[in-house]
Design a protein around this ligand. Structure first.
Ligand code: NAD
Ligand code: UFG
Length: 337
């Protein structure tokens, strides 16, 4: 199949591109590189042993997208392109709404014009209303607490409306839980700018000695050891989930929201201890105050993904910790800037 991947130079996009190439699909990538390096694209090409077209363009740029669609005849589009920093979205909401909504609307308009009506959309577990009973399933109540979350919520609604208006469309809204890990080659991985907000990059950089210690945000949550529990999923399992979603979209019309998680919750301290054990490194930490907005536990019901996509996560927490460390220790400066 011929797949257009927006945001394909980013963390999840690069791993998904690699998996698509390994399975023999053709791909084209569009990425503005607002939060990625061209080096990631090169490394995917090296790992797969295949070239593919790469356009450095903003998905909101309709003319640029027209050029891409004029050249390729796509069976399906995966739309990863988006800004994703929760804290930043609170400070600069207009940039988030503009980027994430207008990229999705522009992309769909161009797809429609070219008769391409299969779309896999990157949504997030953040669309679930804080405090809903866990595990969250796709019918759990929705509601967000920050502009980033609302952009995902609104894009989901836009896409549902699009399918109502034109039932030929097939849209899969994939709600990711907490992606971590990297391709076992250690050649591609997550490369956050500045000091990481997310747990795993911070843990890995602390093990490297880049930070004195990890701040564990709160140890008085209602969880087995008091620290926050999340559903961490290996990024290569997520990549497999996208391949399964494409197969589904090829054979069905309509709009489905589907969780991509493992269904297992690990605490911050579970992660720290597994990371130390698997990699033989030390991760010094201190207990710090809770981070505003955090909740006790978030984990998925993975049943719908199993039922509709025939997909489930296969990689273990040890795999995730080992592969995160392999990437970070082989690339202490990420892709290099
Ligand atoms: P990422 O920042 O590594 O990748 C996103 C890519 O999109 C980047 O390469 C960036 O340069 C590109 N991009 C952004 N806006 C663009 C635009 N207007 N035009 C063209 N390119 C643009 O992030 P990621 O972790 O790979 O996430 C991919 C998608 O999954 C995002 O939509 C994100 O919101 C969503 N998501 C991520 C997580 C997570 O924890 N990583 C969780 C849930 C959902
Ligand atoms: N944590 C720490 N110290 C740190 C960083 C994180 O203790 O330095 C804790 C958090 O308090 C939380 C857990 O580690 O309990 C995971 O935190 P992350 O920031 O890695 O992930 P979140 O679950 O808070 O958020 C992630 C994505 C969001 C997305 C959300 C969806 O970053 O974009 O999952 O559930 F919206």
């Amino acid at each position: 199949m011929n797949i257009l991947v927006t945001g394909g130079a980013g963390y999840i996009g690069s791993h998904t591109c690699l998996e698509l190439l390994r399975r023999g699909h053709d791909i084209t990538v569009v990425d503005s590189l607002v939060n990625a390096q061209r080096e990631a694209v090169k490394r995917v090409q090296q790992l797969a042993g295949r070239e593919f077209p790469f356009y450095q363009a903003d998905v909101r740029d309709e003319e640029a997208l027209e050029t891409v669609f004029a050249v390729g005849r796509f069976d399906c589009v995966i739309h990863f392109a988006g800004l994703k920093a929760v804290g930043e979205s609170v400070g600069i909401p207009l940039r988030y709404y503009d980027n994430n909504l207008n990229s999705t609307i522009t992309l769909c308009r161009v797809m429609q014009r070219h008769g391409v009506k299969r779309l896999i959309f990157s949504s997030s577990a953040t669309v679930y209303k804080p405090g809903v009973p866990m595990p969250a399933d796709e019918s759990s109540e929705l509601g967000c607490t920050n502009p980033y979350g609302w952009t995902k919520f609104m894009c989901e609604q836009i896409l549902r409306d699009l399918v109502v208006a034109d039932p030929d469309w097939s849209v899969v809204l994939l709600r990711y839980f907490n992606p971590i890990g990297a391709d076992p080659s250690g050649r591609i991985g997550e490369d956050p700018t500045g000091i990481p907000n997310n747990l795993l990059p911070f843990v890995a950089q602390t093990a490297l000695g880049r930070h004195k210690e990890l701040h564990v945000f709160g140890n008085d949550y209602q969880t087995h050891d008091g620290t926050g529990v999340r559903d961490y999923i290996h990024v290569s399992d997520l990549a497999d989930g996208h391949v399964a979603a494409i197969d589904y979209a090829m054979n069905h019309t309509g709009c489905e929201a589907i969780n991509l998680g493992t269904g297992i919750g690990y605490s911050v301290l579970d992660i720290v201890h597994a990371f130390e054990r698997v990699n033989g490194v030390k991760v010094p930490y201190v207990i710090s105050p809770r981070r505003p907005g955090d909740v006790d536990a978030v984990f998925a019901s993975p049943d719908k993904a199993r039922r509709l996509l025939g997909w489930e996560a296969r990689r273990s927490l040890d795999d995730m910790c080992r592969d995160s460390w392999h990437w970070q220790s082989m690339n202490p400066q990420g892709y290099g800037r």
